[in-house]
Design a protein around this ligand. Structure first.
Ligand code: ADP
Ligand code: UDP
Length: 238
């Protein structure tokens, strides 16, 4: 499958059309941004790691019964995916307090929850991705009631799967962001990526951060953390 016109360049990926109107090629960049684009940088090798990690995890999720956009890995940085119309919601699943949750509710980072939580924000960079509840998502026409139920059910299933998977790698899954999309026939599938850019992953023993927080918070060892988390995944999937 050949890349055709570039349709979109985002903060972390480029998206290309192909000869098949139902398929796209995504190309992962090393560019990193945080705080809605205010902080910019590069993480050498990140695109390769995020591409491969997201693909491995989506392949596993498919086996666990969650439909995804993944079709085929084309190269280190490029993947063929099913074209979807993205549901403009960032779906955030949390198992442990961190980041904006800790800040908003005054809860110390690292406090484990008695059960996972799901929150939604409106995927809209101009508005700064504001939080919203399902009623608000429905009245804004972002998603239907049935779709929200499907998205919630898949998100919990994805969390259970990923939590167990990362635990087996000696890693605690703190929280993560998902995006879903609609295929032509309306079927909801998991899209975008699952990577250290979109998940908080802590070493289970030491609590060391193995994700993009190292970049966001200037903790150093960013490239090394991405390499380490990828090594853990590959060792586990060998
Ligand atoms: P952003 O748009 O936030 O800067 P990226 O740089 O990751 O993010 O750009 C990738 C874009 O492609 C995102 O807007 C994402 O919603 C979209 N996308 C991801 N998977 C698909 C897909 N299967 N079909 C269509 N669009 C997709
Ligand atoms: N996240 C993301 N993209 C976003 C916002 C959040 O991938 O635009 C991920 C982030 O990596 C973390 C989880 O979602 O794993 C929860 O992020 P949070 O709401 O705590 O926001 P942050 O502290 O990153 O601003």
């Amino acid at each position: 499958m050949e890349k055709r016109k570039q349709l979109y360049e985002g903060k972390a990926k480029k998206v290309y059309a192909t000869d098949d109107p139902e398929l796209l090629i995504v190309s992962y960049k090393d560019d990193a941004t945080a705080f809605n684009g205010l902080k910019k940088g590069t993480i050498a090798g990140k695109g390769v790691i995020n591409n491969k990690m997201s693909n491995r995890l989506m392949q596993q999720l498919e086996k666990a019964g969650v439909p995804t956009h993944f079709v085929k890995e084309l190269s280190d940085r490029e993947t063929l995916v099913k074209k979807v119309s993205i549901v403009p919601l960032e779906v955030i699943v949390r198992n442990i307090a961190a980041g904006s949750f800790s800040k908003r509710y005054g809860v110390e980072e690292g406090k484990a929850f008695i059960h996972p939580t799901i929150e939604f924000s409106y995927k809209n960079d101009e508005l700064g991705d504001p939080l919203l509840n399902t009623d608000q998502a429905l009245v804004l026409g972002l998603v239907s009631k049935e779709e929200v139920e499907t998205i919630r059910a898949y998100s919990y299933r994805i969390n259970a799967f990923l939590q167990a998977f990362w635990r087996s790698c000696g890693v605690t899954l703190v929280d993560f962001k998902l995006e879903f999309g609609r295929l032509n026939d309306g079927t909801i599938v998991l899209a975008d990526e699952i990577s250290p850019d979109t998940c908080r992953l802590w070493d289970s023993k030491t609590g060391e951060k193995l994700d993009k927080d190292r970049f966001r918070r200037d903790l150093g060892g960013v490239e090394e953390a991405y390499q380490e988390i990828m090594k853990r995944l590959e060792t586990q999937l060998m």
